[in-house]
Design a protein around this ligand. Structure first.
Ligand code: ZN
Length: 310
């Protein structure tokens, strides 16, 4: 929607003058990314973001890190956990929201039920998109979420997942938001991959718009969420070499929306990360690479860490 967002990217720290850095960052991104050349119309793409988040489960996580270039290879499985190591994020709580659910497609009736998102009503959840070869967005989001959990827990953060492959469907977007709120999370990241047209490439971070309607009031989270999102975008570029989206956000890597229940209903800083476009063959190849997913998780973890330590 709006293009007034500044490019993010920037190194984390001083959250101020990012605007100036933005251009430099994007330029840097173009030097390293494979997709700078693209172009894609200003596009519209309001593709999918279905969900925002919920169910819970926290758990020491798992392996993640391994990185084989498999396509949709085994996702790091939850492990048993022990006490968290002490680290720079000790004392913080991060909620990770893996978008959709691999079993949503078996529960179309349940997920099509309407829930209140403040500005209106919307489906409980959606199935998400998939690559041409059938690698589901929900598989991708859960894999990245688990890798991210491992990285954040390794730095001492308490991590809660809204779903960990342990629910038959959903959770619904309102519950996903509620999980972050009830955890009093210091930061919430909803992980997604987009379903736009082939040729549309790159990642973007979705920020909550200022919304006050029904049970939604984002006044207190708009600014901190932008800070969180800008830091994640900057680190995502560095870790993955991907370019900001060429079809949404005016190549800033940032977009602001008021139609996502997971953001509208959040009372804690929260963003969505659309890691790439599953419907574009080149982006799909990246999303299906376990090695790339590890880098994506690292970029998000670095951004979250920078935000929490600000
Ligand atoms: Zn999604």
């Amino acid at each position: 929607m709006r293009d007034d967002d500044k490019p993010s990217s920037a190194p984390p720290r001083p959250a101020r003058h990012r605007a100036a850095r933005a251009a430099a960052v994007l330029a840097a991104a173009c030097l390293t990314a494979a997709g700078c050349g693209g172009d894609g119309g200003p596009g519209q793409a309001r593709p999918h973001p279905g969900g925002a988040a919920s169910a819970s489960s926290s758990r020491p996580a798992s392996p993640g890190p391994s990185a084989k270039p498999s396509a949709g290879g085994p996702s790091p499985a939850p492990t048993s956990g022990g006490p968290l190591p002490r680290g720079p994020l000790t004392g913080t709580t991060v909620v990770i929201d893996p978008g959709h659910n691999t079993r949503n497609r078996e529960h179309t009736r349940e997920i099509s039920g309407q829930v209140d998102i403040g500005t209106g009503r919307k489906e409980c959840d959606t199935t998400g998109t998939a690559t041409e070869s059938g690698y589901a967005e929900a598989e991708f989001t859960l894999d990245v979420a688990r890798r991210l959990r491992t990285l954040l827990e390794g730095r001492g953060a308490k991590v809660v997942l809204t779903q960990d492959g342990d629910r038959p469907f959903g959770p619904c977007v309102d519950e996903r938001a509620r999980i972050g709120n009830e955890a009093r999370a210091d930061a919430v990241v909803s992980v997604h991959a987009d379903g736009a047209a082939a040729g549309d490439r790159g990642f973007h971070v979705i920020l909550p718009a200022a919304v006050r309607a029904g049970g939604a009031d984002t006044a207190r989270i708009v600014a901190p969420s932008r800070d969180l999102g800008e830091r994640i975008a900057g680190h995502f570029v560095r870790a993955t070499g991907s370019s900001p989206s060429n079809y949404v956000g005016g190549r800033t890597g940032l977009d602001t929306r008021e139609d996502l229940g997971g953001l509208n209903l959040s009372t804690v800083p929260k963003v969505f990360v659309e890691c790439g476009n599953m419907r574009d063959p080149k982006d799909a190849a990246l999303l299906m690479s376990a090695d790339w997913r590890q880098r994506a998780a690292l970029g998000i973890a670095e951004g979250v860490g920078s935000y929490l330590k600000r």
